[in-house]
Design a protein around this ligand. Structure first.
Ligand code: FAD
Ligand code: NAP
Length: 320
């Protein structure tokens, strides 16, 4: 079992972690990135990305994070194939234990473990993911221009996704399992007033129906069951956006860092600083509002800059 020490330990290898690594390496902090079970993060499970600045044509999500990783390594980042299973935040140095048994010690710690969309687990959902089924309207809504789309859920995310999708489609249906929404009233008012949105109440999705073959039609509809009467129906749709919440990857930090009611790491407003000096959080793990590659990269940059300042102040204090 080896011990790896660094001035800047980064957990997570999505856009936030890799951007923190690029900045940290260029500041001479010789960062270590522990990649976790999804090296490259969420962008590795999507195809076209059309909203990351700097590229006129659509780029591929996996390619984008590969480039970020190559850049991070080029400037001196060490990438580790490991997953952190335990953490001690009583430092600095902060100590993380890998699944491999290796120990990672960082004078600073940047947590970039991201968040994962929750899925329904309905038949056809994973098979049609990227072929009509999505969990991100901001990311994929553009691909459904002029098409019929449905959104599943009844919270703020679902209502916002439905409203957002009216930028691309004039036939948006919100499907909710109960007869009232839990989203904020102001959003509900906007939803109900919108001429291009209808709501199907008391409906649960049983199956995403479509053609999964390469070059096939993709999603063609969703099979529904009425949660009150049990009646079955099919709602035709070419796009289905599952919006039933996200789960931040913060299990490791429960009881060690302040988490909000949804489990996201709480940071000082406008900064990536947690309540523990030297411990920073960046990307989707601390942001349930924006959840974009560019915002994750932005907060990763902020975390690295703050980590660099922390190290400089620490070194200065040690020198007396
Ligand atoms: P993530 O990308 O979630 O990465 C988290 C990292 O943490 C992973 O590497 C994981 O392995 C690691 N990790 C987790 N737990 C541990 C652990 N215990 N130990 C070690 N490592 C760990 N955004 C856009 O801007 N444009 C788009 O077009 C777009 N399309 C998307 C399409 C899909 C299908 C999805 C799911 C998301 C999309 N997004 C898009 C959102 C974007 O991918 C995220 O906002 C972004 O990836 C968040 O980056 P992150 O670095 O915070 O976390
Ligand atoms: P949420 O508030 O937890 O709502 C999830 C919705 O999905 C609920 O309506 C729930 O139904 C439904 N749902 C959950 N599991 C389901 C299942 N298996 N099948 C069918 N439906 C299911 O999640 P969210 O909307 O993502 O919001 C998360 C947090 O972020 C909230 O605190 C929210 O306020 C916040 N947020 C804020 C904004 C904003 O301020 N603009 C925007 C987005 C999110 P039930 O209602 O029946 O439980």
């Amino acid at each position: 079992m080896a011990t790896h020490s660094t001035r800047m330990l980064i957990i997570g290898s999505g856009p936030a972690g890799l951007t923190a690594a690029i900045y940290g390496a260029r500041a001479g902090l010789q960062p270590i990135v522990v990649q976790g079970l999804q090296p490259g993060g969420q962008l590795t499970i999507t195809t076209d990305v059309e909203n990351y600045p700097g590229f006129r044509e659509a780029i591929q999500g996996p390619w984008l994070v590969q480039e970020m990783q190559a850049q991070a390594e080029h400037v001196g980042t060490r990438m580790m194939w490991d997953t952190i299973v335990d953490i001690d935040l009583s430092g600095p140095p902060f100590r993380a234990i890998g699944d491999s048994g290796d120990v990672y010690e960082g004078d600073t710690l940047v947590i970039c473990t991201g968040a994962q969309a929750k899925w329904l687990g309905a038949k056809g959902e994973q098979e049609l993911s990227g072929k009509g089924v999505s969990a991100c309207a901001t990311c994929d809504g553009f691909f459904y221009r002029g098409k019929k789309v449905v959104v599943i859920g009844g919270g703020n995310t679902a209502v916002e996704e439905a409203l957002y999708l009216t930028n691309h489609s004039d036939d948006v249906t919100l499907i909710h399992r109960r007869d009232s929404l839990r989203s904020e009233k102001i959003l509900q008012e906007r939803l109900f007033a919108h001429p291009n949105i209808k709501v199907l109440w008391n409906k649960a999705v049983e199956e995403f129906v479509g053609d999964t073959a390469i070059g096939g039609a993709g999603l063609t509809g969703v099979a529904l069951v009425d949660t009150v009467t049990g009646e079955k129906s099919i709602e035709p749709a070419q796009g289905a956006f599952v919006a039933i919440g996200h789960a931040p990857a913060t299990e490791l930090f429960k009881g060690k860092l302040e988490l909000d009611e949804s489990g996201y790491i709480v940071v000082q407003p406008g900064t990536p600083k947690t309540a523990i000096p030297g411990v920073f959080a960046a990307g989707d793990v601390m942001d349930h509002t924006y959840r974009q590659a560019v915002t994750a990269a932005g907060t990763g940059c902020m975390a690295a800059l703050d980590a660099e300042r922390f190290v400089a102040a620490w070194d200065h204090a040690k020198r007396g």
